[in-house]
Write a protein that binds this ligand. Structure first.
Ligand code: ASP
Length: 320
């Protein structure tokens, strides 16, 4: 077993390739299709995705359908409708989607639309662009026929007003003031896709965008290799372009589990102190249906749906 201290020492001297031999066991190959997604609410998302995957549908359709589940649930206070607002009381949503052809679409700081993942898909399919933000993203969504709605539920408004009494901003690991659904799938034709959607860190500054809508940060898909997604404090994921890193580590021969561990290790190396207080978790899936998960802290759960694993929730191993 490699201790954490040894890992840090190794990190200073060894290349990523040699580090990759130290960690994790390769995951068991499973038959396709497979869908994996972040946190406990991933199980409901997977169920919807599985309807499409088990009927030989496309991974892209499956991940969109899955991501829409927590988006539409007013009781989920970290995604879509009912998401906790920024410090000015505005619910602003971030989302992205990516398919097997490296097509991708994203929206950030989008208000009033329950399903930002579907707007992101429209950006991908109907515009020459990848990323629309703020008022432009809303205008585009309305032009595409999405309905303008109030996303701030009574419960989220109450929580925000309570927060205003002290207005202290400190991301806390594994509590409901942040959490994102990241969902990646490989379909029966062995094609990969992924989606990611969130209301971001509760009580963030107006205009703050996290990792979730950023292709390469919270989501990356390379159909030759695999797909990865992330959750947690987005600023730390952006700094290492986390999901792209995970996919590239798999390309170098690491298992999905090893790739997630190495990416988390990179955050620890960059931010040895801060990494003790925050949560970041990665999920990875390769083209063969092998998957892995790893987080900074205990408590990061994820859901897997495959023929062998009929929608189970697991807790990821963690660095601390
Ligand atoms: N990654 C999200 C963000 O930074 C939040 C989360 O997943 O908890 O906006």
């Amino acid at each position: 077993m490699t201790t954490r201290r040894k890992f840090l020492q190794l990190g200073a001297v060894a290349s990523m390739a040699s580090l990759s031999k130290v960690f994790g066991k390769p995951a068991r190959p499973v038959s396709k299709p497979v869908v994996i997604s972040t946190w406990n609410f991933g199980a409901d998302a997977n169920k919807e995705a599985w309807k499409i995957l088990s009927a030989n549908g496309r991974a892209l359709d499956a991940v969109e359908a899955g991501a829409r589940v927590p988006e539409g649930d007013p009781k989920e206070s970290s995604v879509g409708l009912g998401g906790l607002p920024d410090r000015d009381g505005r619910v602003t949503l971030d989302s992205c989607i990516m398919d097997e052809f490296a097509n991708c679409g994203a929206v950030a700081c989008l208000e009033h639309i329950v399903h930002p993942v579907s707007v992101a898909r429209k950006v991908m399919e109907k515009t020459p662009h990848v990323f629309l933000v703020g008022a432009g993203a809303l205008k585009f969504a309305l032009d595409q026929g999405f309905k303008k709605e109030n996303l701030l539920t009574k419960e989220s408004e109450k929580a925000w007003k309570e927060w205003l009494k002290t207005a202290k901003y400190k991301p806390v690991a594994n509590i409901e003031n942040h959490d994102t659904i990241g969902i990646v799938a490989v379909d029966a034709s062995q094609n990969l896709s992924g989606a990611c959607t969130t209301s971001g860190m509760a009580y963030k500054m107006q205009g703050r965008v996290g990792d979730s809508p950023i292709i390469g940060a919270a989501l990356f898909v390379d159909n030759e290799v695999g797909a990865a997604t992330s959750t947690g404090v987005g600023e730390e994921v952006i700094r290492i372009v986390g999901s792209h890193l995970v996919v590239e580590l798999m390309r170098q021969g690491n298992s999905p589990q090893q790739a997630c561990e190495l990416a988390v290790g990179r955050i620890v190396k960059n931010q040895p102190q801060k990494s003790k207080e925050i949560q970041v978790g990665f999920l990875a899936l390769n083209k063969n249906g092998e998957y892995g998960a790893f987080a900074l802290q205990k408590g990061f759960t994820y859901a897997v749906y495959s023929n062998e694993v009929p929608n189970k929730i697991f807790e990821a191993k963690s660095y601390y």
